[in-house]
Design a protein around this ligand. Structure first.
Ligand code: MF3
Ligand code: CO
Length: 259
């Protein structure tokens, strides 16, 4: 069952999405050589709480932190640590979720520490393109797998591969609501999109087509071939006028301004 949000609910979700985007943007400004991933996490948690929100991931199925910080070949769910010091050239995915007034918000961006290598830049451009294609597929009457197809075909066009083991999702009163949104597959399948749905497409792309692995910490997902991975996620409402990007293209804004 895919929840349909009322106009009032959509306003609340949009407000939370704006708080999330501002927090992510400030978090990105704190990414620099020498900072630890635990320092980024602490800043994010304090900032959310000061705004009257609570971290959405902390405690979720036992996840121990506010942010997922996934570096280089880490795909998603990297656990912040005071021992993980960021270095020039690292490719860092920051995934942040919050809850405020009963509603969740969730988004992710990937940034480089200092100057990105050419391959890292190519990967980021590919994921941003895949996310844009997925968002453009969000319209009343479309099928969920139209997003999946948009992501996979865009990834392949750029010479990268989608992560198959993790999906995008609906969001609202729960962090993860129906439908699941795979990052691969043919178009025309799955539930039909209706006005008032809120979706989180989250393309995760990488340089190899091997299965991902989970590290012994039980969370950190890494690419099977040790290749770079990148991940972006935005929150999008289905409206009669097309996709309403509640997180206001935070991924594109960050890359437009930083690089
Ligand atoms: N954005 C991710 C998701 O939608 C983050 C979840 S991390 C977890 O699943 F710790 F909460 F699981
Ligand atoms: Co998500």
């Amino acid at each position: 069952m895919i929840a349909i949000k009322t106009e009032r609910e959509l306003e609340l979700v949009a407000e939370n999405a704006r708080l999330l985007r501002e927090t992510l943007r400030e978090l990105v400004r704190r990414v620099e050589p020498g900072v630890t991933t635990a320092e980024l996490d602490q800043w994010a948690e304090r900032s959310l709480r000061a705004a009257g929100a609570v971290p959405a991931f902390k405690g979720y199925q036992g996840y121990p932190a506010t942010v997922c910080v996934s570096v280089n070949d880490e795909v998603v769910h990297g656990i912040p640590s005071p021992r993980r010091v960021l270095r020039e050239g690292d490719v860092v995915s920051l995934d942040l979720g919050l809850r405020r007034a009963e509603y969740y918000a969730d988004a992710a961006v990937t940034v480089a520490v200092g100057q990105p290598a050419a391959e890292a830049l190519r990967l980021v451009v590919a994921v941003l393109d895949a996310l844009r294609a997925a968002i453009e597929a969000i319209k009343m009457g479309a099928h969920v797998s139209d997003l999946s197809y948009a992501i996979e075909s865009t990834a392949r066009k750029h010479g990268f591969y989608p992560v198959r083991e993790f999906v995008g999702h609906g969001i609202g009163r729960s962090l993860h609501e129906d439908p699941q949104i795979p990052n691969f597959g043919p178009p025309g399948f799955g539930p039909v999109l209706r006005e008032g749905m809120v979706l989180c497409p989250e393309p995760m792309l990488k340089g190899d087509d091997l299965p991902t692995r989970v590290l012994p910490d039980g969370w950190t997902v890494v690419t099977g071939g040790g290749t770079l991975a990148a991940h972006f996620e935005e929150m999008v409402a289905v409206t009669a006028d097309g996709p309403w990007v509640l997180t206001e293209w935070i991924g594109e804004e960050i890359w437009g301004k930083r690089n």
